[in-house]
Design a protein around this ligand. Sequence first.
Ligand code: PGA
Length: 244
Amino acid sequence: MSKRKLLVANWKMNLPPEGVEHYCARLNDLEEIERLALVIAPPFPFIHEVRSSVRGSVAVGSQNCSDRDDGAFTGEVSAAMLREAGAAWVIVGHSERRSLHGETNSLIAMKARAAISAELTPVVCVGESSEVRNAGHPEDFICGQLRESLKGFEAGSLVVAYEPVWAIGTGRHATPEIVSAAHQALRQQLTELNLADALLLYGGSVSPENSAELAAIDAVDGFLVGGASLDSSRFLSIRQAFAG
Ligand code: PGA
């Protein structure tokens, strides 16, 4: 049987220029690809709309959640509230949250645990900067990030995304050699943490032009797609990389 695969659209703080309704309608026209799950992660206020516009086999995710359950945390949204709004997944520890909002590995670990308590599947992101890569041994760095970002995480459905910071939004994706080395190291780390069932995604300038080459890498279980996920035609053409 073919392996389980996952394709996640991270719209960031953007909406598809063609409109949410048109985008969702295009997803509803698809023939299913066996063992491939699709997740759309829109900005918070659109979670409910996307959930009610796509058919059951397409899931909805959030791009962030609070580490707390409730209380005086102005501007925050709890994992349970996201679940209530229709999300089943949540991205935590994206590099933009780490660099622009000062999120630490320990905060990310708390968010991942909050997600599990609310029955959301966390997509935990790790990835090195170009400085770290140039200094050597980037795999040690990302495995360290993974261990710290999963502290106290015992069980539950989990996805990890390897997103090198220098590849995000730059049009410069990681080579298959870099992706393979990173994914092998992360896979071994997950096994040591007794989390061998986790899916391992690649993210960073995935496009219709490079998706077939990247999807062919054995250690890649799917993609986290930013810019190219905002256009349904480009996103669906990436999806074809997992057909057959
Ligand atoms: P990108 O973003 O595909 O635009 O590089 C990926 C991400 O940030 O998740």
